[in-house]
Design a protein around this ligand. Structure first.
Ligand SMILES: [Zn+2]
Length: 506
């Protein structure tokens, strides 16, 4: 992809409405702001500016640099004015990339020496929210003002709610103080509690009373869970039935089983997990499995400033790493509305935003590569070949782009045939595309050149399917003594299906 294509691609990810549910206020600070404040602190002699300048200016920070930056942020975010400024800027940055709903979390800090209390810290945050509104951006951070907000359609709009974080270093009493503060600030947009901080510090038993109290009082709770291997804690956290959990990186089989049976939504923070070296690479990230199994998940940034990312980038990353189409990820973004902690009125408001976006996106994308259609696949499999993961086959009724669904099918059959020893044909000089539905791909590419899938392509799909079926007859003949069982594939993708699907979207 050349730079122009990449830019266009990025524009698309920015253009879709997004929901951010795992963003720490301090970790989302702008580099430019951090640089400015660090320079001032350097002039005052509070820090040595030259020690930190190169780390702030860097984008691909190593783990030790990430920690260095967190230390610096801790130093700079202790006065009310800075907290207000950062809050305003963070919300503006999320709004600028079309985040329509943001749950911003922060740990209320207390520093008696400078007159900072947990309450005054949070008031500075709320002041930041208040100062967001401008000529082109409208913010809603309180349920009471939602009606007025929903009527204003001319500006860019963002709904923000706050989560108060309990730091794992805190005592039970201090955690309880945070929960009480959250309850007092309900009408200022505070809707929940988060447990975060160094995962190797603190004991679940210390936080449990405050978290249980929060839950009993009607606050929603999300937990940083499984950032380090600790199955005892993970099990206890899951049994607590939090509204959501963040990360879930170091889970054992029993933890996955419990998470899935409880259907607890997971806040996925890909770049964060890679940068902190919790997960070795994107392709082995548990997002893939959770997505495939349709477990509730939401893509998030964690600390967009520190990890030099944003939510649009996270969507683009998932798309390229896992080969998921744009409309499928648009649907994933929309699904996140179900996992927000705000009430039904906000959910309804957000669904309206997504409905409107779906209509606009349709015009931009048309049938070129994103027609959301149903690909009907009926198949009987090799029952003996247990090594093939049946779940990878595109199931009947799966929704996705034509290209994406076909590619999934092709991958599946490639694996299937390599499993039954079809590779040998290739070694004997046979056509590579003889194997699997690669034939499919070849014909598709030949017919369509580089134009992708468009209207002209659609009527030809059935013809290609005919070829694939013909191939399978020959294939079956070749292996008839070797493989008991019969493969029948009906890739029934008719024009009428597509047209009715398109019409229903009108
Ligand atoms: Zn986090």
């Amino acid at each position: 992809m050349n730079t122009e294509d990449e830019l266009k691609e990025m524009e698309w990810w920015v253009s879709i409405p997004k929901v951010e549910l795992h963003a720490h206020l301090n970790g989302s600070i702008r580099n430019s702001t951090l640089l400015e404040i660090a320079r001032e602190l350097g002039e005052k002699g509070t820090i040595v500016f030259s020690d930190i300048e190169h780390v702030i200016r860097k984008n691909d920070r190593k783990l030790h640099e990430v920690f260095k930056l967190f230390d610096l942020i801790h130093v700079v975010t202790t006065d009310h004015k800075t907290i207000t400024r950062i809050t305003k800027e963070v919300v503006e940055d999320f709004a600028a990339e079309n985040v329509v709903y943001l749950e911003l979390r922060t740990t209320p800090k207390r520093n008696d020496a400078i007159g900072l209390s947990k309450r005054s810290y949070m008031e500075a945050v709320v002041d930041g929210l208040r100062s967001v509104s401008s000529n082109n951006l409208e913010i809603n951070f309180s349920g009471a003002d939602l009606e007025t907000f929903s009527k204003s359609q001319t500006k860019m709009r963002i709904i923000v709610r706050l989560l108060l974080s309990i730091d794992r270093r805190e005592s039970t009493a201090s955690a309880m103080e945070t929960v009480n503060l959250a309850l007092e600030m309900k009408d200022m947009g505070v809707i929940g509690i988060d447990l975060s901080g160094n995962p190797t510090v603190g004991d679940w038993k210390n936080f449990f009373p405050a978290l249980k109290f929060a839950k009993d009082q009607g606050l929603s709770v999300t937990l940083h869970c499984g950032e380090v291997p600790n199955s005892v804690e993970v099990q206890a956290m899951l049994d607590f039935l939090p509204g959501r959990i963040g990360h879930a990186c170091c889970f054992q089989d029993e933890d996955w089983n419990k998470l899935k049976s409880y259907k607890i939504p997971v806040e996925i923070c890909l770049t964060s997990n890679i940068r902190t070296e919790t997960i070795s690479s994107v392709d082995v990230h548990h997002f893939g499995n959770l997505y495939k199994e349709n477990h509730p998940i939401v893509l998030c940034t964690d600390d967009s400033g520190v990890f030099s990312t944003n939510l649009s980038t996270e969507y683009a990353l998932v798309s390229s790493a896992f080969g998921i189409g744009k409309m499928e990820l648009f649907q994933l973004a929309r699904k996140a509305v179900d996992f927000i902690f705000a009430g039904n009125e906000v959910k309804m408001e957000l669904k309206k935003v997504y409905d409107a976006a779906a209509r606009t996106l349709k015009h931009h994308t048309s049938t070129k590569s994103i027609c959301c259609i149903k690909l009907l696949v009926a198949t009987t499999m090799f029952p003996e070949k247990k090594t093939v993961d049946a779940a990878t086959l595109v199931a009947v009724g799966t929704r996705g782009t034509v290209g994406n669904l076909l590619m999934k099918e092709i991958e599946y059959y490639k694996r299937l045939e390599s499993d039954i020893g079809c590779d040998s044909d290739e070694k004997r000089g046979g056509s590579r595309f003889w194997c699997g539905l690669g034939l499919f791909k070849l014909k598709w590419q030949k017919k369509m050149g580089n134009s992708g899938i468009n209207d002209k392509f659609l009527p030809k799909i059935c013809m290609i399917v005919d070829a694939a079926e013909c191939h399978h007859n020959r294939h079956q003949h070749r292996h008839e003594n070797k493989i008991p069982g019969l493969i029948t594939i009906f890739l029934k993708l008719t024009l009428s299906n597509i047209r009715s699907s398109e019409e229903s979207k009108e």
